[in-house]
Design a protein around this ligand. Structure first.
Ligand SMILES: [Zn+2]
Length: 405
């Protein structure tokens, strides 16, 4: 005997008395047990709506699926072992059901409104735990249309249109101006009507009036397979979203010292300022590196002259500096002399060498001495870098280098 469906009538968390008819191993999830009831208050996943949650004799439901005419209430095998055939107390997670019902009814209203305003049909929909989406058969929905849709939906919510359910044989559905094609092969078609506004075949759960939706917001529109995917939230989700945005807005407002309504332009101004500061810092770093490079050459008695110094090798340790500090100095020095400049960062056990003189290949000068001390590295004719296993090996490498090339 088929399970009686009471899920359209039961929407509260009041305990409902039914009976467990059968307990079966979960077919696809072996760690689940499928509970078969004589009557269920739990909506099985279908028509784009998720399955209900709740408890059967205190055991939490993990999922509800309809298969071959059976409604399978899936619980974990461990919990399910405590269930027996006989009387059962069913408790619906009414808050979750209410939320899904609100999103579902809102989807009907939104799809119906889009069809009325733009003539474009909704091709598919998904009701998510956080966000829901519909795919509309149009390549683009402009910003002003989105605002017009939100306003029209708000007006339909305020008008508090009643919803009506018509269960009729397939041949009778032609009497309704349906927004989408009804399922084939069904004995009874369930037509959901937002009175005088929208007609759609649907097996999901719905509110009694559009006013119960409360509010609907479209959060975004993106291109999807030649269509437009609209993301929306409704009911309490709008309240939660508004609280979240207000909170973030207030944090930004305090930090930027501007009213909440001006935080967007405040952030843009801040980003522009930060970009300018970054550029200035880079300039100063380059300037600093050039001063250090000049000091290095002066100390070694080399002229600061981009045409002079060819054939000289200047090797220097830069104490307490990592390679990130050493590299800009080397790059700056390269512009001030033709000499080979080799700078070592002892704390990293690394070195980098630079040379701007034409005809000089620093690989030929550095590779063998480096490898002789167990170092590894590489580079090109004008830039070469390497690393040693110990600081001592780096020191021996530096001490063993020739002074000219
Ligand atoms: Zn529906």
């Amino acid at each position: 005997m088929q399970t009686q469906r009471a899920y359209y009538d039961v929407t509260s968390a009041e305990p409902y008395h039914a009976a467990i008819r059968d307990l079966r191993p979960g077919r696809e999830e072996p760690d689940q047990i499928a509970v078969i009831l004589d009557t269920t208050i739990f909506y099985p996943e279908g028509g784009g709506q998720s399955s209900d949650r709740g408890t059967i004799n205190g055991i939490p439901l993990q999922d509800v699926q309809e298969k071959d005419g059976d409604i399978l209430h899936l619980v974990s095998a461990r919990d399910g072992a405590r269930l027996t055939i006989g009387p059962a107390e069913l408790v619906l997670d009414a808050q979750r059901r209410r939320d899904l019902t609100v999103q579902h009814t809102a989807q009907h209203l939104l799809s119906g409104t889009i069809l009325r305003l733009t003539g474009k049909p909704t091709v598919s929909m998904r009701l998510g735990e956080e966000l829901s989406t519909i795919d509309v058969d149009t390549p683009h929905v402009p910003e002003e249309t989105i605002l017009a849709l939100e306003d029209a939906v708000a007006a339909a919510i305020e008008a508090n249109h009643p919803l009506r359910i018509h269960c009729c044989p397939p041949e009778a559905v032609e009497d309704f101006p349906l927004r989408k094609i009804p399922p084939k092969g069904a004995e009874v078609i369930r037509v959901v009507e937002i009175q005088g506004y929208d007609f759609s075949p649907c097996c999901g759960t719905h509110l009694n009036t559009t006013g119960q939706i409360g509010m609907l917001r479209i959060l975004g529109a993106e291109k999807y397979k030649g269509m437009t995917r609209l993301t929306f939230i409704a009911g309490r989700r709008v309240l939660r979203d508004s609280r979240l945005l207000r909170k973030q807005g207030e944090i930004s407002s305090r930090a930027l010292k501007v009213p909440v309504a001006e935080t967007g332009s405040g952030v843009l101004a801040l980003v522009e300022k930060a970009g300018k500061l970054d550029a200035r810092v880079k300039e100063l770093e380059e300037e600093n590196a050039r001063f250090k490079a000049e000091a290095l050459l002066s100390k070694a008695g080399l002229p600061i002259d981009a045409e002079a110094g060819k054939g000289i090798i200047l090797a220097e340790r830069i104490p307490h500096a990592g390679m990130d500090a050493v590299l800009p100095i080397g790059r700056a020095a390269q512009k001030l002399t033709q000499a080979v400049i080799l700078l070592a960062a002892p704390q990293d056990r690394k070195f980098a060498a630079f040379c701007s003189a034409k005809g000089v290949d620093i690989r030929g000068i550095l590779k063998d001495p480096m490898e002789a001390q167990g170092g590894r590295g590489g580079g090109g004719p004008s830039f070469f870098q390497g690393v040693f296993l110990t600081e001592e090996a780096l020191t021996r490498f530096l001490e063993g280098l020739p002074r000219t090339c």
